[in-house]
Design a protein around this ligand. Structure first.
Ligand code: SF4
Length: 260
């Protein structure tokens, strides 16, 4: 059993005070392992699984996969009013790593609204929002604090903390945790995808984009058509290669859109 990355006394105190722990679940390996780990520490009636569903751009089977390994825990999911493509059409731009409206508007915002709703319904006002980000994933994620008081969400009598329970875990430890829980990771890993995000993530590596274009040819076509229509590339321009359409990134086209 791993040691908890916050003080045991703090965790005990929060549990005793009746905190609700929300296990944010994308269906990916990290959130699956995190939920499995949280189950070993948090009482069942204080641990709720939450998921932001993104229609059209989320892999088939995501909600079922989460539902398969709930072990009797409460599971709630939400959906933003707009879809990913509606957001892109409205802005005439794809989101980027520096302006990630897809995350803020389609995931974080709806999930926080869902948590507030559950707090109102249950009369609880102590929240621990748990996310499966790991330091190993990127320099930005490595810098994130493992435990943080959320001033922005601590309102109207609520006390809200953000916790990254598996921040120090390696990828091997994540897969090992899933295996030792008697579970299987989401089906796209067996197909060769490195990350389980939206089928095509604006921050995905080339190999994941390439594989996704094979697994989801219709969605790939829609992205390429949208790029042409709004004259903006799905992938942000790079210093070395400039602005390239998705089929140029994947090596299936020579044509290019003017830089914007
Ligand atoms: S997975 Fe990628 S494309 Fe999807 S919401 Fe997150 S950052 Fe945006």
């Amino acid at each position: 059993m791993r040691s908890v990355n916050i003080k045991q006394e703090l965790l005990k105190e929060l549990i005793e005070r009746g905190a609700l722990f929300f296990s944010s679940h994308s269906g990916g390996k990290d959130s699956q392992a995190m939920f499995s780990y949280l189950r070993t520490m948090i009482p069942k009636d204080q641990l709720i699984v939450i998921h932001a569903h993104l229609p059209e751009v989320e892999w088939e089977g995501t909600v079922d996969h989460i539902g398969q390994y709930l072990n009797g825990h409460r599971f709630e999911f939400c959906q933003a009013r707009k879809t990913f493509f509606e957001m892109v059409e409205h802005r005439q731009m794809w989101p980027s790593s520096s302006t990630r409206q897809c995350t803020s508007d389609l995931k974080r915002g709806p999930l926080e609204k869902l948590v507030r709703q559950i707090c109102r319904d249950t009369g609880r006002n102590l929240v621990v929002n748990c996310m499966g980000m790991r330091a190993e994933e990127s320099p930005n994620r490595a810098k994130k604090p493992v435990w943080k008081y959320s001033k922005r969400n601590s309102r109207a009598g609520r006390e809200w903390y953000e916790w990254l329970p598996i921040h120090s875990w390696s990828e091997d430890e994540v897969f090992q945790c899933i295996k030792s829980s008697g579970e299987k990771p989401f089906w796209t890993y067996a197909e060769g995808m490195k990350r389980k995000s939206c089928c095509f993530c604006i921050m995905a590596c080339d190999s994941d984009l390439k594989l996704a274009s094979k697994l989801k040819p219709e969605l790939f076509k829609r992205i390429v058509e949208t790029e042409k229509r709004i004259n903006h590339t799905f992938r942000a321009p790079t210093k070395s290669k400039g602005s390239r359409t998705l089929d140029e990134v994947l090596g299936s086209s020579e044509s290019s859109l003017p830089a914007r």
